[in-house]
Write a protein that binds this ligand. Structure first.
Ligand code: ATP
Ligand code: MN
Length: 463
C-alpha cells in the first residue's frame, strides 16, 4: 500500500479506499464506547487527520499506552466519511504501529499554549506546533514564489559568495572568517597578520551579494541572488537577525523608475502566491495571531504603492503634529518610528521612499544632478517597516571614483567593481528584499526570531 500524506488524502478524499498514513499524534482521547480518537499531523497540511481506533484492533491495549501526545505512528486503515463535525473524512484503523512514544511527563509540548519565548528555547521541537508548521509552509511558499517570479521573467539565478574579502559597501558590521588560532595569538601577545590567514587577507561573511551580482548583471542582463546574509550589528530588535535571507535582483538597463515598478510587482506577486497556496495556514494566522493580517496583505496586493521622495517625507513628518523620539531634519536618516508613521498612519499602504541625501547612503548609488541626493529607494510596509532597500547604481566611472574618494574608499580594493564602469558600462539598478521581513508581514508574527527556523541573534546561536 502506498503511503499517503494527509494533505493528499484530504484533497482527493478517496472514501472507501485503504490508506497508510504516518505522522505525529497531536491529541488522543478515548470514548466510553471502547475506542480511541487520535489527531494525526504529518506536516503536509495545517489540518490534522482524525483516526478512529476500535479496541478490536490487534494490540490495542499495548499500543494505546504508547500513543501519547508527540508520539510517532503509522496507521493502516480505511478512509470513511466522518459523521462528526470538524472534518469531512476520517480513518478507521485496522493496524497501528507506534514508531516512538513520548513520555507524557516530560514531553515539552504535552500542553498547548506555550509562549513564543518558551518555544524559542526548544527550537528543535517547535516545528511540531500549529504556529511553526504554518510559518514553515508559508516560508516555503514564499521561496518558491520568489523563484517563480524571476524565472518567469527570464532572470538568471546566480550564486554570489558567502565568504568575501571585499568590505561590501559598509551595509553592516561583518563577521570575520579566519582559521588563525586567536587564543594562541592572544596568549603569545602577537598581533594579527592576515597574510598568514587562510585566504592571505582578511575575509568575512557577506552582508550583501549586490556587488558580485552587479558583475553578472553587467554581462548577462537580469539576474538575482538569493541566500543567507550576515550582519554582526549588536541590534537586539524584533526586526533584525544576525543571519537572514535576502533576495537581490540586479537588472542591466534599469533606472530607478523601473526598479520601483519591479519591487512593487515582486512584492505583490509573492504575497498573492503565498495566500493562494496556504489558505489554511493564513486562516490560522487570522484566527490566532492577528485578525488584520490577511486584510493588510490583500490591501498591499491590490493597491499601487505610494511614491514619496525623501524631501517630501521630511515635510510630511514635520507637519504631522506627531512627537517623535528621534529628530526629523533634512539630512538625517529616518528611524523606524518615522517609517511607521508614513506607511501605517499617513498612507495606510506601502510607501516607496526615494532620492535620499547622499550623505548617509553608500558610494555605489547613482548621484542626482542636484548634487545632494542619490537614486536610492526603500520600500516600507505596515507592520514590518522597511522590507526593501535598493538603488540605481552609479555607472559613470568619474562620478563613482569621486564618490569613493568622498567616502574614503580605496578604488584599488574595489578594482573589479570599478572595472565594470571601465568596460561597457550600462545603467543598472537593483534592490535587496529581506525574506524574514516579508514573513512578518504575511504571518502577523511580531518577532523576527519566530519566522526563521534557527534564529541567530546576539548571544544566541544554540541550535
Ligand atoms: P534596517 O534599516 O531595517 O536595519 P538596512 O537598511 O540596514 O535595514 P539594507 O542594507 O537596505 O538594510 O538591506 C536590504 C533589506 O534586507 C532590508 O530592507 C531588510 O528587509 C533586510 N534586512 C536588513 N538587515 C536585516 C537584519 N539584520 N535582519 C533581517 N532582515 C534584514
Ligand atoms: Mn536599507
Amino acid at each position: 500500500m502506498i503511503r499517503l500524506k494527509v494533505a493528499q488524502l484530504l484533497v482527493n478524499r478517496p472514501v472507501g479506499s485503504s490508506v497508510d498514513v504516518r505522522g505525529w499524534v497531536r491529541t488522543r482521547r478515548e470514548s466510553k464506547q471502547g475506542f480511541a480518537f487520535v489527531e494525526l499531523n504529518d506536516g503536509s497540511s495545517f489540518a490534522n487527520l482524525q483516526v478512529v481506533i476500535d479496541k478490536s484492533v490487534p494490540g490495542y491495549d499495548q499500543f494505546l499506552k504508547l500513543l501519547t501526545t508527540g508520539s510517532s505512528v503509522r496507521v493502516v486503515g480505511e478512509l470513511k466519511a466522518s459523521p462528526a463535525k470538524g472534518q469531512v473524512v476520517e480513518v478507521h484503523a485496522a493496524e497501528v504501529h507506534v514508531y516512538g512514544s513520548a513520555d507524557a511527563d516530560k514531553y515539552p509540548l504535552q500542553k498547548k499554549g506555550h509562549s513564543f519565548e518558551f518555544l524559542r528555547d526548544i527550537a528543535h521541537l517547535r516545528p511540531r506546533t500549529n504556529t511553526f508548521g504554518a510559518i514553515a509552509r508559508v516560508r516555503n511558499a514564499v521561496c518558491a514564489a520568489i523563484h517563480e517570479f524571476y524565472q518567469s521573467r527570464g532572470f538568471l539565478y546566480v550564486h554570489t559568495p558567502i565568504i568575501t574579502t571585499s568590505d561590501c559597501e559598509g551595509a553592516g558590521q561583518m563577521f570575520q572568517v579566519t582559521t588563525l588560532d586567536l587564543a594562541l595569538l592572544a596568549q603569545q601577545k602577537r598581533s594579527l597578520d592576515f597574510t598568514q590567514d587562510f585566504f592571505g587577507k582578511q575575509a568575512s561573511l557577506t552582508v550583501s551579494g549586490q556587488l558580485e551580482a552587479e558583475t553578472f548583471a553587467c554581462g548577462l542582463g537580469d539576474v538575482y541572488t538569493f541566500g543567507p546574509t550576515f550582519r554582526a550589528e549588536n541590534s537586539n530588535t524584533t526586526r533584525h537577525l544576525s543571519e537572514f535571507w535576502m533576495v537581490e535582483p540586479e537588472m542591466a538597463f534599469y533606472d530607478l523608475e523601473d526598479n520601483m515598478r519591479l519591487a512593487q510587482e515582486f512584492i505583490q506577486f509573492v504575497l498573492k502566491r503565498a495566500i493562494e497556496r496556504c489558505p489554511d495556514d493564513m486562516k490560522f494566522f487570522v484566527d490566532r495571531i492577528d485578525k488584520q493580517v490577511l486584510e493588510t496583505v490583500e490591501n498591499i496586493i491590490n493597491h499601487e504603492f505610494e511614491r514619496v521622495s525623501y524631501t517630501e517625507a521630511i515635510e510630511i513628518l514635520k507637519n504631522s503634529g506627531q512627537t517623535f523620539e528621534y529628530p526629523v531634519e533634512w539630512g538625517l536618516d529616518l528611524q523606524s518610528e518615522h517609517e511607521r508613521y508614513l506607511t501605517e498612519v499617513k498612507f495606510g499602504k506601502p510607501v516607496i521612499l526615494y532620492n535620499y541625501p547622499r550623505s548617509f547612503k553608500p558610494f555605489y548609488m547613482r548621484c542626482n544632478d542636484d548634487g545632494t541626493t542619490v537614486r536610492a529607494m526603500d520600500v516600507l510596509v505596515p507592520r514590518a517597516g522597511e522590507i526593501i532597500g535598493g538603488s540605481q547604481r552609479e555607472e559613470r566611472l568619474d562620478v563613482l571614483l569621486a564618490r569613493m574618494a568622498e567616502c574614503h574608499l580605496d578604488p584599488e580594493q574595489y578594482w573589479w567593481y570599478v572595472d565594470l564602469r571601465r568596460y561597457g558600462t550600462v545603467p543598472h539598478a537593483g534592490f535587496g528584499l529581506g525574506l524574514e521581513r516579508v514573513l512578518l508581514l504575511l504571518t502577523g508574527m511580531t518577532n523576527i526570531r519566530d519566522v526563521i527556523p534557527f534564529p541567530r541573534t546576539p548571544k544566541h546561536a544554540e541550535f
